[in-house]
Design a protein around this ligand. Structure first.
Ligand SMILES: [Fe+2]
Ligand SMILES: [Fe+2]
Length: 308
């Protein structure tokens, strides 16, 4: 269990949760990954943790590259348990490390864990942390996906460690998007956005604007779930998709969602559907008795009309 180099001296040290079928109500038929990253600079820096039950695997990957006693910073971009579940284990192994997070992140860590003895460094948007050859710039992105969420930008490598943003619940042997069918990854990114971030479109739009105003030059986006977007074409594609989804624009689709006990409501749904069809409006129909709501949410992203 080794780390995988994604840029010179920057390693993926995450885990793949192949058997995950459900993520707080969101069906995840392709599993998920919890991506941590290790930056081997003068001040060795670990970015994000993993779910507690996969801690051993992540710890082994880190140990393939360094001893925990040499880690100087542990960046916590987001305190939800899929990324901070094993941070207490990390801090036991690296008690000398400083925990770098924002005000809301510190409060959430203190609420969830016994943080006695942890040294914190609190950052906000625009703050820069020098770790040797590299400068890490932080951008808080509240509600993407929790109030504490933030992203870490590695300036010299044009690398954005985006945590939940731009992720996919998609476990695969590949680390990079380029090694998977692009449409499949993008569809999983769309499903992820629809199910995790859809209610926070305004905040997503704000985050994209903030990244623009900070002048972040990005050629790789490494999220905390799924594959890594690499190169101008892929980075533009996923940022463009987020800008579109966050804008509230849609494809003018009608989405009919219903349930039925003896078929009466199904008949109604069928009648409504034919009205849209006859009017030449693209329409999709989901019966909740047989469809998972996660699947329905993806169609909502394209919907102009919801009949219920
Ligand atoms: Fe999250
Ligand atoms: Fe997450």
């Amino acid at each position: 269990m080794n780390g995988v180099e994604i840029k010179k001296d920057i390693y993926w040290v995450g885990v793949k949760d192949w058997n995950l079928v459900e993520f707080h109500g969101y069906a995840t038929p392709h599993g998920s990954t919890y991506n941590s990253y290790l930056i081997m600079d003068d001040k060795i820096t670990l970015v994000d943790g993993v779910k507690h039950y996969m801690s051993d695997e992540m710890i082994a990957r880190v140990k393939s590259l360094t001893d925990f006693s040499k880690i100087e910073y542990v960046i916590v971009n987001h305190v939800e348990m899929d990324h901070s579940g094993n941070i207490p284990v990390v801090m036991k192994l690296a008690p000398q490390a400083k925990v770098v997070t924002n005000v809301a992140g510190k409060a959430a860590l203190e609420a969830h864990f016994d943080t006695a003895g942890w040294n914190f460094e609190i950052v906000k948007t625009g703050d820069v942390l020098n770790i040797g050859k590299r400068n890490l710039e932080f951008m808080t992105t509240p509600m993407l996906h929790w109030p504490d969420s933030m992203m870490t930008y590695v300036k010299e490598d044009k690398l954005l460690l985006s945590n939940d943003g731009f992720g996919q619940h998609y476990a695969t042997d590949s680390i990079f998007v380029k090694d998977e069918p692009f449409d499949v990854v993008m569809q999983n990114a769309k499903s992820y956005y629809a199910n995790i971030l859809f209610p926070f479109g305004a905040q997503a739009e704000k985050a994209l604007n903030t990244a623009g105003s900070l002048g972040l030059d990005i050629d790789m986006i490494a999220p905390s779930h799924g594959c890594i977007w690499c190169g101008e074409k892929e980075v533009d594609a996923i940022i463009g998709a987020y800008a579109y989804w966050a804008s509230g624009e849609n494809k003018g689709k009608a989405v009919i969602v219903y349930d039925t006990m003896w078929g009466a409501t199904a008949t109604l749904a069928e009648a409504v559907m034919s009205v849209f069809q006859d009017a030449g409006i693209p329409v999709v129909k989901h019966c909740l008795a047989v469809k998972n709501v996660s699947e329905v949410m993806v169609d909502f992203l394209d919907a102009k009309c919801l009949h219920r």
